[in-house]
Design a protein around this ligand. Structure first.
Ligand code: HEC
Length: 120
């Protein structure tokens, strides 16, 4: 009896927690990139996908097109604050702090480098 009521409590709690957290990252990153990984999965991964690999809604950000040489940190900040130029991506400025943005960029740069080095 006792066990069953615990289970009843546990299921909705788990659903609530997982729905708030957004998609779960698959990639394991060094500790210094974890804060950015968490923020990315809370705010961006719903559109940009697990590990930023893209979905039908939004592009893969782990792509040479978005590497530091082709797409500056400053441009990422602007995209987050103002949305994309076409307007397809809405502004995310209410969902992130300046620190979150910094950490998200750090995490994205790490993931881009990591993929590059595993391809060579
Ligand atoms: C509501 C869905 C949505 C969310 C949330 C979202 N994006 Fe996007 N993002 C898009 C779409 C759609 C595009 C493609 C925009 C276009 O082609 O104009 C895009 C494009 C981009 C681009 C490339 C823009 C360009 O100039 O082509 C970057 C960089 C980016 N997103 C970063 C982020 C980051 C970082 C976050 C989280 C802080 C985020 N996005 C959250 C939908 C989203």
């Amino acid at each position: 009896m006792k066990n069953r009521s615990l289970v009843k409590l546990f299921i909705p709690l788990t659903l609530l927690l997982t729905s708030c957290a957004g998609p779960t990252p698959q990639k394991i990153v060094p500790a210094e990139f974890e804060a950015g990984q968490v923020s990315f999965h809370k705010v961006c991964a719903g559109c940009h996908g697990v590990d930023a690999m893209g979905t039908s809604k939004a592009p893969n950000l782990i792509h040479a097109k978005f590497s530091k040489d082709s797409y500056s940190n400053n441009k990422i900040v602007k995209t987050i604050m103002n949305g994309s130029q076409s307007g397809a991506m809405p502004s995310q400025k209410r969902k992130v702090t300046e620190e979150d943005i910094k950490q998200i960029i750090k995490y994205l740069r790490y993931s881009q480098k990591d993929i590059e080095s595993s391809n060579t």
